[in-house]
Write a protein that binds this ligand. Sequence first.
Ligand code: BES
Ligand code: MN
Ligand code: ZN
Length: 497
Amino acid sequence: MQCTAYSGKTIAQAADCLVVGVFEARVLGTEARAVDRAARGRLKGLLQRGDFSGRAGESLLLSDLPGLRTSRLLLVGLGTTQGYHRRNWRKALGTAVAALARTRITSAVMAIERPSDKDLDAYVLARSAAEACGSALYRINDLKTGKRPPAPRLARIKFGPFETGALADARRGLGDGIAISDSATLLRNVANLPGNICTPRYLAAQAAQLARSYRAVRSRALNEAQIRRLKMGCLLAVTRGSAEPPRFIILEYRGGRRGAAPLVLVGKGVTFDSGGISIKDANAMDEMKFDMCGAATVLAAFDLAARLKLRLNLVGLIPTCENMPGGRAIKPGDIVTSADGQTVEILNTDAEGRLILCDALHYARRYKPAAVIDMATLTGACVVALGAHHTGVMGNDDALAQELVACGRRADDRAWQLPLTEEYGEQLRTNFADVANVAGRDGGAITAAAFLGRFTKGMAWAHLDIAGTAWYSGNNKSATGRPLALLGDFLIRRARG
Ligand code: BES
Ligand code: MN
Ligand code: ZN
């Protein structure tokens, strides 16, 4: 997809189709008013007849209106004027792109009003627009064998109008937005694959592919023997029940100064989480193929950093394995030793994410990182707390946590901080080992983070629990691409310094 920004008159722009917004109660948007004047009142006439309500999610394609340079005009509903904020704007962009993708239209002028918000400059708005449009064009990489519906023809979008002074920022935003949506496509394609295809070895192959595609990226994948040499007893414990070999993937991206402290990104890569001996019930167990969305986000972040040639150093760590029951599987009550020497009593084999992450977090230490951010579909409790709308943020550095919350707000990929105070860690005490891997139901998202916090002392660390946000469950099941937009904003800002 090619995105450009324009300034000046919308109706002077050439394309197959012009897209303008209409509010509820038949209020034309700014650009729609200009179109109506050029088309000698045809839009007002149409609204008066009641043919278009302007409700959010609605669209209407019109042909051959007088006075326009484009042969087609698409109206999209914006909802009420008072309720018009970023959400309805993004929704309108998505509706428009979905409607255009059903036609043979290849180019469009997108003149839907941008919401007014002091915090959102031309760069952020343009980035958000390109990303929303790119994301609306995503098609699930299914394995259906029938005839495929034709791919959308839409390839060029002009966004505007922008003030001339804001054009450069807008263009930069569009470029970054396309990159984010392209990298999110990689994330979603990997995450949507079934567990029998997307195995730990498959994730390692994806990392190797990134290293082949970009000179600034290097990748290595340690096998079980090498993992054993690192004494990663917790990762080894989780993989025991599985016939699939585990991997510990290490990615490096060099875009910053030599010797500048890297950001370390850690992603949970459980390619299927059955729960192990503490087995999950059958209901929606298939969704546990998405338990590697943290890992897919790390892969996508490297793709993004390399596409944008970000001036920073990154390390990516992906502990990846399956969590399966079996004769060799770990049992509740088993005690294992983590890479940093702590003994861990595994009271519930379904709390496996924190086990594979703790060994990776310990490994992060050798890089003397500027910050460590882990991303994991870690707890059902986080879904109970925040639903599918906010990613949970926890950590040992409030400034870093709040920075990530702000990134989420700017990127329309929101996150909310939960209070990781000392009491939660105390819930993990046990008579038999240094720490237990679970602490009962109460505050489950935070006790999981408290477990991870034992392995990150002295490093600036934040944890993103994406259990509720990484995929849509139920009927429209598929990976969302989150939290790549949030992370992308963070990386872009850190790279700018
Ligand atoms: N991968 C799951 C978390 C999860 C559950 C994500 C549901 C999305 C939807 C994780 O490994 C897990 O099973 N967590 C347990 C922890 C519990 C045993 C303390 C959970 O949340 O039930
Ligand atoms: Mn689990
Ligand atoms: Zn899991």
